[in-house]
Design a protein around this ligand. Structure first.
Ligand SMILES: Nc1ncnc2c1ncn2[C@@H]1O[C@H](COP(=O)(O)OP(=O)(O)OP(=O)(O)O)[C@@H](O)[C@H]1O
Ligand SMILES: [Mg+2]
Length: 257
């Protein structure tokens, strides 16, 4: 296995106005591993992934993907790197104007120069993998339940065979059985296809099923990193409070009075 991390982040900093969201993130994700990122709501998990995708411009720091510094790449080279990343967005982010199958095959149609017919067959295959019937492909995203939209978003993320996969809360809104099915699919992508994955989740069972490594984000920094299998007994007071859902502990929720 190569020593070069697939993703190497150093000193990543991002503020929105006077709100400091990422305060010097250092993180390595090694090839063929999956990293689970946990942290409270609003702690910057989604912003972190969007920075790596180039959707949000960081204020400082470096992001390397397979040794290439993204923030120094020209537009064409940056697009090439981005096309190696499949992303499931937290809110699905499906295109309402396109039928489900075109959403799933979007990347294929846009970049891989396959025929619409081939793309449609591929979309049906991937929809089946996430437990959806091919007939769902003809529906519009607005006609789907929240959990179905989530699975279509997942199908889109994996349809192009991307070597790097980002999952922002892949099982939120799914029933427990479908959640386990989706976790299995993620593990399969990482293990069988040799992809490298970063998954954000609040679901500790899911985190341990899909993660090799885990990292916790708090106040803009990575405050703990270790094996995902040790999440429930890490010995770190912040991780313990979070994973066991305790109200009292070092983490104080910012609630408006
Ligand atoms: N485009 C944006 N413009 C301004 N502020 C933003 C933007 N995106 C995110 N933020 C702010 O950055 C902070 C972190 O947001 P982020 O979406 O990363 O949280 P999160 O950790 O993913 O939370 P959750 O678990 O609720 O999804 C929040 O305070 C949010 O309001
Ligand atoms: Mg989020």
């Amino acid at each position: 296995m190569s020593d070069t991390p697939t993703i190497r982040i150093r000193g990543l900093t991002k503020s929105f106005g006077d709100k400091l969201v990422l305060d010097g993130i250092d993180l390595d994700v090694m090839p063929g591993t999956s990293m689970v990122v946990i942290g409270g709501s609003g702690s910057g998990k989604s912003v972190l992934l969007k920075c790596v995708l180039g959707l949000i411009q960081p204020d400082a720091g470096t992001i390397e993907v397979n040794g290439q510094d993204l923030l120094r790449l020209r537009a064409g080279a940056l697009d090439a790197v981005r096309s190696t990343i499949g992303m499931l967005f937290q809110n699905g982010a499906l295109f309402d104007s396109l039928p489900v199958w075109e959403n799933v095959a979007f990347g294929l149609l846009a970049t891989h120069a396959v025929t619409r017919r081939t793309a449609r067959v591929r979309a049906a295959e991937v929809l089946a993998q996430v437990g959806l019937d091919a007939s769902v492909g003809d529906l519009s995203p607005a006609e789907l339940s929240g959990g179905m939209q989530k699975r279509v978003g997942l199908a889109r993320a994996i349809a192009g065979g991307a070597k790097i996969l980002f999952f922002d809360e892949p099982t939120t809104g799914l029933d427990p059985i479908m959640g386990a099915v989706i976790d299995g699919l993620i593990v399969d992508c990482v293990k069988r296809l040799g992809s490298t994955a970063v998954a954000i989740t609040h679901d500790m069972a899911s985190a341990r099923r899909i993660g090799d490594q885990a990292a916790m984000l708090y106040k803009g920094r990575i405050v703990w990193q270790g094996a995902a299998a040790g999440l429930m007994d890490s010995g770190n007071p912040m991780v313990d409070q979070f994973t066991h859902g305790r109200r009292d502990g070092p983490i104080q929720m910012e609630l408006r009075k």
